[in-house]
Design a binder for this molecule. Sequence first.
Ligand SMILES: *Cc1c(COP(=O)(O)O)cnc(C)c1O
Length: 407
Amino acid sequence: MRGFTTSIVHSDRLDPIEHGSLHKPIHATVAYGYDDVRDLADVFQGKSSGYSYARQVNPTVSALEAKMSRMERGIATVCFSTGMAAIGTMLFALLREGDHFVSSSFLFGNTNSLFLSFAAHGVDVTFVDAARTSAVEDALRLNTKLVFVETIANPRTQVSDLDGIGAVCRERGLVYVVDNTMTSPYLFQPVTVGASLIVNSLTKYIGGHGNALGGAITETGLHDWTAFANIYDAYKKGDARKWAITQMRKKGLRDFGATLGAEAAHHLSLGAETLALRQERQCANAQALVDLLAAHPKVRRVYYPGLADHPQHAKTMALFRHPGALFSFELVDGIDAFAFLNRLQVVIKSSNLGDNRTLAIPVAETIYHEMGPQRRASMGIADSLIRISTGIEDVEDLLGDFEQALA
Ligand SMILES: *Cc1c(COP(=O)(O)O)cnc(C)c1O
């Protein structure tokens, strides 16, 4: 087994590519022709792994899926058009009316919105403080099928009790889904805490350049799907560890069509090659800015799992390579947050995260606006909270920019 970056950079060459091309080509095709129709039938019946129709499979996307499986040390991956499409299609393929699942309440805002939509369609969800395994245990019911957590929550940086929840899920035979977007497989591999399925929004750190959307679900092979009630007979064939991921591809992508395009897959694959390099720099930049802000008289509080007074600091240092490249903070009373943000010259006011550029956003007025003050309060989001996602700029330029904007 090669190192993390070596295995990604050389992944495409493991299957011979025509003319010795160093990159998997962008296969701009919708369908695939066969000389012998028997071969086409075998593909449809799952007897061979060829290509049939591009809503479910495309060679450029398959190459990215192989990279994701390598990075996450999983056994199979399915890619989707966005991270939201990955989460939505996964749950739609696995859950049915009358089922229940438990979710962290410290959740990416759009995932929160999606889960409320599932609740409106008869799949019940209970939101709990996932920093405490006992809160997850207390929420379990007879019809609970699955537990969903994120690694580091955005924007307040709460860290789930990832290993404790993993142990409970294993004991109770529950599907354990970990959204690894905020850490990425470079900082953390959820297979090490017993995750069944891993979510990644490829749009963020893995793509990294803010130029393509994508999402992925990776199967770790740890869950016993033979005991899971919602697998259709058609997918109960061959290796049981792949039943659920096959159902997500065959039924999920067929039903919803939230397919990743070949060109986006190419962009995301290029991004994946430098994930480790970029994240080293992004995390170092975050730590330097956090150190500046935490000691600054005009800053009331900084939320970052790398700070010794963060409630899950010890867990963070035990589980993750670095504490991430995202933090949030509140200015002291009397300072206009919008005026402060408008004074920033290097940092861009923008909603994305995981980009090469450092991005800042006032949370309550933008991404969490529609959620309303009550749910915001329950998620610990103050009206004055500012979120920062650090990029790869030279650290002196970032420190100088914050210093002048605070002065
Ligand atoms: C951004 C994000 C998503 C959704 O990804 P998109 O590609 O934007 O749809 C899901 N989970 C987390 C933790 C995210 O940060």
